[in-house]
Design a protein around this ligand. Structure first.
Ligand SMILES: *Cc1c(COP(=O)(O)O)cnc(C)c1O
Length: 336
């Protein structure tokens, strides 16, 4: 099966499962799980932050971070299409009593500084929520957000008294794509949420990194959100394995996505709209979408061709260079 729907579909490898089985465990709610402690400090160190906190999901990690930055009635500036705004069930508003202030993205995925500045509410006027935080995302829909933009946006945020959070679900993809250490990608932000269940191949798990103070606030929120886990070292072991074995190979996913884009570009009935890191967006000929999806599924290739917008194709550690060629040939055959 070649599954291009998402990089979340990866299953733990035999070696990862072995690491999980043999991990030393304790009760993490009591702060005693040695494997969780090891993961948290390894990720924090690599990200250049003082502390880390393990979460069952990136959604919970982002939410606890927003709640650690913002109080009830505060507001965060966030992209209109950002995961922390659009794809997390409205958790910040519902569970955090934090108002999102969505901002339209520029073409490159960034949030223009003038739009951000215009959205900051005047201090001390009870008409308004208190603007407290800028939340960015990198990579954003596979796009590497330019470092110069991130520096300018976070410098600006600090100059007007806002905290900064990065939804770094795929920040390792950003680091690998830009050839920079993880700490460089995280340095401009007060907090960063990092997923291990995407291209890194762990079954679940995210780590939030930041200062000691921020992480201890987030730990309290995590407990309240139902995320205090007991022998969670069994899961943290998978993330540690991913950290040690699956980071550098993200470059293969990026190369495979590039090869897939190149191969599909030559086929009539496919328009490649963009390719960045491990994602490409293509438009298939609308009338052929349903038949194409079904025909590919028959050949054990999973994607869902959508006729009314771009189809997202994602490479990951279960998609090889040979698989990419098989997909290109199958698409060419069925669109002929
Ligand atoms: C996957 C993802 C998350 C977190 O998702 P979970 O499925 O809850 O782990 C957050 N942000 C982005 C950009 C993501 O892709």
């Amino acid at each position: 099966m070649i599954d291009l729907r998402s990089d979340t579909v990866t299953r733990p490898s035999a070696a990862m499962l072995q690491a999980m089985v043999s991990a030393p465990l304790g009760d993490d709610v009591m702060g005693d799980d040695p494997t969780v402690i090891r993961l948290q400090s390894a990720v924090a160190e690599r990200a250049g932050k003082a502390a880390g906190l393990f979460f069952p999901s990136g959604t919970q990690s982002n939410l606890a971070a927003l709640m650690a930055h913002c109080d009830r009635g505060d507001e965060y500036l966030v992209g209109q299409l950002a995961h922390t705004y659009k794809y997390e069930g409205g958790g910040a508003a519902v569970l955090g009593s934090i108002q999102p202030q969505p901002i339209e993205h520029a073409e490159d995925g960034s949030l223009p500084l003038e739009k951000l500045a215009a959205a900051v509410k005047p201090e001390g006027d009870p008409h308004f929520a208190r603007t407290r935080l800028l939340a960015l995302e990198n990579t954003f829909h596979g796009k590497l957000i330019p470092a110069s933009y991130i520096q300018a946006a976070t410098d600006w945020a600090r100059s007007v008294g806002l905290g900064t959070h990065l939804d770094g679900a795929r920040v390792f993809n950003a680091a690998v794509a830009s050839g920079k250490p993880l700490a460089d990608m995280c340095e401009p932000f007060d907090s960063v949420s990092i997923c291990f269940s995407k291209g890194l191949g762990a079954p679940v798990g995210s780590v939030l990194v930041g200062s000691q103070g921020l992480i201890s606030r987030a730990r309290r929120w995590r407990k309240m959100l139902g995320g205090g886990l007991r022998q969670s070292g069994v899961l943290a072991a998978a993330c540690l394995y991913a950290l040690e074995h699956n980071v550098d190979r993200l470059a293969d996913d990026h190369a495979n996505a590039r090869a897939l884009a190149e191969g599909l570009r030559g086929i009539r009935g496919v328009k490649v709209l963009s390719q960045d890191t491990n994602m490409l967006f293509v438009q298939f000929e609308p009338a052929r979408c349903d038949a194409l999806t079904a025909a590919l599924a028959n050949e054990d290739i999973l994607l869902r061709a959508v006729y009314d917008g771009p189809t997202r194709l994602v490479t990951h550690l279960e998609v090889s260079a040979d698989d990419v060629q098989r997909v290109i040939q199958a698409v060419a055959k069925h669109l002929r």
